[in-house]
Design a protein around this ligand. Sequence first.
Ligand code: SF4
Ligand code: SF4
Length: 321
Amino acid sequence: MPTGACGINCDVCKLRLLRICSSCGSGRSVEAKKKLEAQKKAFGGSCTILACACLNNKEYCMRDCNSFPCENFSLGPYPFGKGFLEMQERRLREVPPAFDTHGNRVKVPDEYWEALKTKDINVLSNLTLGNPYASDGLIIRSLREDILVDIMGRCIKRLKNRQWLKTDDPLLELITLVYLNRVSSFHPLGKEIVSKNDLKEAHFFVGLHDLNVEALLERYANDIDGFKKAAEYLGGSPVKMADAAYMLLPFPRVPLYYLFWQGDDEFETRIDVLFDRSIEEYFSASGIWGLVNLVSTALLKGPGDENLDQSLSSVFLLNLD
Ligand code: SF4
Ligand code: SF4
């Protein structure tokens, strides 16, 4: 693959066609190692980005490294300008857009909030392992954070600097409301773990409605450690089910199991999602589909800054012109 670790696509560069410049390749490629050697010979040093990506086993900085955009980009002479890097930084902080099963942006119907007003918060707290908050709120754990369901304020809040602040996360809001409106009894967990094909509405999960793991595969197929880090960051507990497998809790009593099967010469890497049978008590097929989107997106975002070894940056801030 001729795309450089930084994301520059050497495929479309005339310098490569003219053989003035060779392709950099990803941080895990043979091309990258050769390029670093060539740069050392020609310039006495090498590209800080390519060297760092190789050192940290990252194929592509923008896709695979949670430290992007790091100082190797902001302090270096190229490849990207300040405006581009600031845009990346800003947009990586955004909540990713969420779509429904028809491809439209997720909207939360007012009726869901109205229906929630009729529920007894103490009963809901018991059923969901949440905690009542003031007279009209409920705090519930979702993956690695507590969220506040503010029923009178009709919003979900996240804790920032010890303050509950409204968050604009329609998928989280929708899934949370569906769950809280439907939960009505307590079901023991772990009795039956099932795949989408074992669910009563198994026919739903085909074509556009298949469970969303494609992007996860694109990101983690060659990076099982990255997958493990992301799952552990979200509070996932390892389970003995595949080459790497985790139980993740979008809600304390709604486990999802993500199974990572490492590919080999015969089989491609695969990610499966399994459910506790009780999930059908709370979610229809479209709700389960949305829940998987929520968790897969969180896995894709992964941890924040990775504290990678970037010590090369001061040594190799070379202008390679
Ligand atoms: S910045 Fe580094 S990795 Fe990117 S194209 Fe230039 S030499 Fe290659
Ligand atoms: S820390 Fe290294 S691997 Fe990560 S974005 Fe920066 S240069 Fe790329």
